[in-house]
Design a protein around this ligand. Sequence first.
Ligand SMILES: Cc1cc2nc3c(=O)[nH]c(=O)nc-3n(C[C@H](O)[C@H](O)[C@H](O)COP(=O)(O)OP(=O)(O)OC[C@H]3O[C@@H](n4cnc5c(N)ncnc54)[C@H](O)[C@@H]3O)c2cc1C
Ligand SMILES: NC(=O)c1ccc[n+]([C@@H]2O[C@H](COP(=O)([O-])OP(=O)(O)OC[C@H]3O[C@@H](n4cnc5c(N)ncnc54)[C@H](O)[C@@H]3O)[C@@H](O)[C@H]2O)c1
Length: 491
Amino acid sequence: MVQPELVDVVVLGLGVGGEEVAGRLTEAGLAVVGVERDLVGGECPYWGCIPSKMMIRAANALAEARRVDGLGGTVQVTPDWAPVARRIRAEATDNWDDQVAVQRFIDKGGRFVRGSGRIDGPGRVRVGDQIFQARHGIVLGTGTRPSVPPVDGLTETPYWTNRAAVEVEELPASLLVLGGGAIGLELAQVFARFGVRVTVVEALDRVLAVEEPESSEAAAAALRADGVEIHTGVKAARVEHDAAGFTLRGTEGEEFTAERLLVVTGRRAHLEELGLDTVGVDTSGRYLPVDDRLHVTDRIWAVGDVTGEGAFTHIAMYQASIVVADVLDQHRRAAGGADPSGTASVVGGAVGAASSLAATGSSGSAGSVPRADYRALPRVTFTDPEIGAVGLTEQQARERGINVQVGFTRLPSSTRGWIHRTDEVGFIKLVADADQGVLIGATSVGPAGGEVLSGLVVAVHAAVPLTQLRHMIYAYPTFHRAISEALRDLS
Ligand SMILES: Cc1cc2nc3c(=O)[nH]c(=O)nc-3n(C[C@H](O)[C@H](O)[C@H](O)COP(=O)(O)OP(=O)(O)OC[C@H]3O[C@@H](n4cnc5c(N)ncnc54)[C@H](O)[C@@H]3O)c2cc1C
Ligand SMILES: NC(=O)c1ccc[n+]([C@@H]2O[C@H](COP(=O)([O-])OP(=O)(O)OC[C@H]3O[C@@H](n4cnc5c(N)ncnc54)[C@H](O)[C@@H]3O)[C@@H](O)[C@H]2O)c1
């Protein structure tokens, strides 16, 4: 029988959230074991946010160059994927090697274990034949994997997920994109701008259906302008693959063909793999429900995509800071002024520092542990135009029975939009709670929609009174000045 190693905390999954928790707790002097089966950093740096935004940056540069005609001369644009693929390998992913990230954690004093971890009773984690007993508890940052719909024939075909799309070195002539959400739209536009014939097939009646209907329209219009074919309301029935490529058939007899098929129909947490049954946690849901300090149950926390609070890197980081504060608070209480690391084994040289933390009392009391608050959750879909949103959509607000006011303005009718020649693209939409006199949601679509959003996030987060927002000075002629127009339109 293998003896368990006694440590302070085990972090299972070192993606965005887990890496942050493990690193900061280690820096604070706790004995931390970080377990990762794939690459330290997770989806975002290797197959998600960062490489996809490098692709978008390149595609937008092509699109911007094409806009020179009629504004300042003529430009002949010849797309070339090679520099994009090179940049993703060399600058973003180190050819999908996480050695630097692993070493960073070890240098902080953490103990790194490569492998698939599983909970094995209270406070206990098993990785292969190693067992760790965590004195303070376990943090789950195990993320999600692509959710592949049960379409006849699909799993037998060599379809792409986001990983293959990011790793591609030679572009196909044509691409079918199943799923018109954030990933589908961002990647569809990139590939279209590099000359790929792209078709998006979406089951719902509009793309980007989680956002305002006006956002869906703007995204669809922009992609169509780039040559993307968009089909909504299609229920995929069957997928076939042969030497010529893929055929996707819909339940109404629709037929779409392309050289490659990219499946981006959402993500799924694989809770059944985590051994949560050994601690009495129900895993029948889609995600792992957590309270506002990210507790799943006693001494088990979760961060990031696995919590289902929003699949965004900024959510994982936000939640990580709360977990770090909560674990340190628990650690200090457990120490009771004595050397708290005395009962834990020496892990990666971390021993001893925990007592200095207890002595300085630097992390505040239980009352100071911040609580998670998602009212002002920002989202940005990095299509061109960017689609930024915060808080509730109009429909969500109405469904909650709020006395809603809506303000809307089109960017092309603002001075900056007109100068910039945004054509028919871009708008600001505000959703206000008329009784409270504050904004509870907003959408900003335009060339810098994600950046313009920041002021609106502050307004929703801090519940800035509408009277204050109306009496603010908005620089002329900026894109964000359109917010003052939308405020005037609130009714
Ligand atoms: C194409 C794409 C583009 C995106 N763009 C953006 C963007 O622009 N902005 C944004 O905010 N978000 C974006 N996201 C979402 C973002 O990548 C995720 O929200 C983020 O990665 C979540 O971090 P996480 O730590 O929860 O999970 P992950 O990053 O998924 O990490 C979880 C880690 O846990 C490991 N793991 C799982 N189970 C175990 C186990 N049992 N034992 C050991 N290790 C385990 C996995 O190997 C993985 O490394 C994008 C995602 C994709 C796919
Ligand atoms: N810019 C960003 O912040 C960014 C970018 C990419 C991804 N992400 C995150 O990653 C998450 C996952 O992205 P995603 O695009 O895979 O998921 P998503 O849930 O955003 O979109 C999936 C889309 O696929 C559709 N769909 C589902 N089943 C289908 C089927 N059988 N046939 C056709 N369409 C189907 C859904 O209706 C939906 O529109 C997002 O929720 C987002 O939080 C964020």
